[in-house]
Design a protein around this ligand. Structure first.
Ligand SMILES: [Zn+2]
Length: 353
């Protein structure tokens, strides 16, 4: 994957820090990038590697030319001095074989072996170990041996979304760099730049619920989830609100996921987020402080509420509060159908009080 600082959002202070470290020749031999999934940690790691490998820019600058052989190899993912590993999608643990080779090649393959070799092209080898928080103790201890023998010839970048799962012995040998979540604006512009959405409105809508993570945003782009969102918020905006229709639709959507309770709870959580977002939009619309024009169904819902502006704002505030309470309940593993039924009744009562 080719990288430029343009494609990296929201991490300018980290880029500056890395640039300063390079200019003073003080880049540690091991870095640990931590922060929630889907915010660009690996992108920054690849950018750093490309800048270090680039044959045209000075090694003490965080910049690359995009035209030399090394830059082209980085763009194609074929640079011989880059060793990048990650947990396969169907596994929960980063396989030991990726660290020290499989049974037949123990000590002759894997990151530890690769990092003991001389650089093939430039002056160093770089390993990017994504999902480092998914190493078991055996893998971590094997990696520790390599980390304990720092060499000017290598740089290791460990990437983790769950810092607590990294052994203290590993952590203490790496320079920790914490990444913040992306802003809503950053997520929206990344979605547009990467052509994951067609319109600004869509980008904003997904970004609002992304919790600063492009990974969460990508999940939200799922067609089924988007059509579910349309259905549910459609029912929510109806006047008068039909509690039975609403709870039937929600429970059906949860049932459609199948028997896996984890997946059911996740779907329930998405639905509640969709509802909370709908009320949040309604609140902004009612108060007249939205930055972009409210969606039509939001406007219709707000204007259909009884009373003056203040009454409407109070009602929507209560609806939103009830939704946030439900979010907490789902986190606490309540029985979903019961929780949804009682939510539906309360939503009606709040609107007809
Ligand atoms: Zn270059």
């Amino acid at each position: 994957m080719s990288t430029t600082t343009d494609s990296i959002r929201g991490h300018h202070s980290i880029l500056e820090m890395l640039d300063r470290a390079l200019s003073r020749s003080r880049l540690p031999h091991a870095l640990l990038f931590s922060g929630v999934a889907g915010i660009g940690k690996k992108r920054v790691a690849l950018h750093l590697a490309q800048c270090l490998f680039c044959q045209r820019t000075p090694p003490n600058e965080l910049s690359c030319c995009h035209t030399c052989d090394s830059c082209k190899q980085m763009a194609a993912g074929t640079h011989p001095d880059l060793i990048a590993i990650e947990c396969p999608p169907d596994k929960n643990i980063l396989p030991l074989s990726l660290i020290i080779g499989d049974d037949d090649h123990r000590g002759r393959e894997g990151v530890c072996y690769e990092m003991s070799l001389r650089p093939m092209v430039g002056d160093r080898r770089i390993a990017i170990i994504d999902d480092a928080d998914k190493m078991n103790a055996e893998s971590a201890n094997a990696l520790l041996k390599t980390l304990e023998e720092p060499s000017a010839n290598y740089l290791m970048i460990l990437i983790a979304s769950d810092l607590d799962s990294i052994l203290p012995t590993i952590r203490s040998r790496c320079q920790l760099i914490r990444f913040n979540e992306l802003t809503q604006e950053d997520v929206a512009s990344l979605l547009l730049n990467q052509q994951l959405v067609d319109t600004e409105e869509q980008a904003q809508q997904i970004a609002r619920m992304s919790e600063g993570s492009l990974k969460t945003a990508s999940e939200l782009l799922d067609e089924n989830l988007q059509s579910l969102r349309g259905n549910i918020t459609g029912l929510l905006g109806r006047h008068p609100f039909q509690p039975q229709t609403f709870s039937d639709a929600v429970i059906q959507a949860i049932d459609d996921v199948g028997g896996n309770t984890g997946a059911q709870r996740k779907t329930a959580m998405w639905i509640i987020k969709f509802c909370a977002d709908f009320y949040h939009q309604s609140l902004q619309c009612a108060a007249g402080y939205q930055t972009v024009p409210a969606a039509e169904h939001v406007e219709r819902f707000v204007s259909g509420l009884p009373g003056e502006v203040e009454d409407r704002i109070e009602t929507i505030g209560n609806l939103l509060g009830r939704m946030l309470q439900t979010e907490e309940q789902v986190h606490q593993n309540v029985t979903l159908p019961l929780c949804i039924e009682s939510l539906s009744q309360d939503l009606r009562n709040i609107q007809t009080k």
